[in-house]
Ligand binder design. Sequence first.
Ligand code: C2G
Length: 143
Amino acid sequence: MKRIITYGTFDMLHYGHINLLKRAKEMGDYLIVVLSTDEFNWNSKQKKTYFSYEKRKQLLEAIRYVDLVIPEEAWDQKVTDVNLYQVDTFVMGDDWKGQFDFIQEDTDAEVVYLERTPEISTTQIKKDLNKKSLATEHVSKVE
Ligand code: C2G
C-alpha cells in the first residue's frame, strides 16, 4: 500500500485545497493529512484560523481522498511522521518548493511539490468578503 502524507492549515476549506488533496491521493492508496493545531498556528505561524482544529479536522475527514487526519504541533515533526507512518511520498503545494527537500535525505520518502491552484487562497477569500461588506455598508449609507 502506497502511503502519501501532506501538511497544512486547511482553513476555510476551498477548491484549491481539494485539488491538492485529490492529486496527492492519486499518487498512492492512503493519504495522511497532518493538520496544524490552533496552538501551532498561533505560536509558529502567527495565524488565527477562522475554524478551530476540530472543525477543520471534521471537514477534512469528510473528504473522500483523505484517509487519516493527525495533528501538526511542530515544524520539526515531519521526519518522525514520515518514518512512523512508513510514508512513500511527501506532497506539498509548490509554494513550499525546496523547503522540504531534506525529507528525501533523512527518510526513504520522495518529495513531490504540486502546482498550487491559482487565484484562490484563504487570505483572498477574507479580502473579497471584507470588500463586499464594505461596499454594502457604503451603499446602505448613501441610500
Ligand atoms: N494549496 C494549493 N492551492 C491553493 C491553496 C493551497 O495547492 N490555492 C495547497 C498548499 O500549497 C498546501 C495545502 O494546499 O500544500 C494547504 O495549504 P494551507 O492550508 O495554506 O497550508 P500552509 O498554511 O501552507 O501550511 O508545515 C507545513 C504547513 O502546515 C503548511
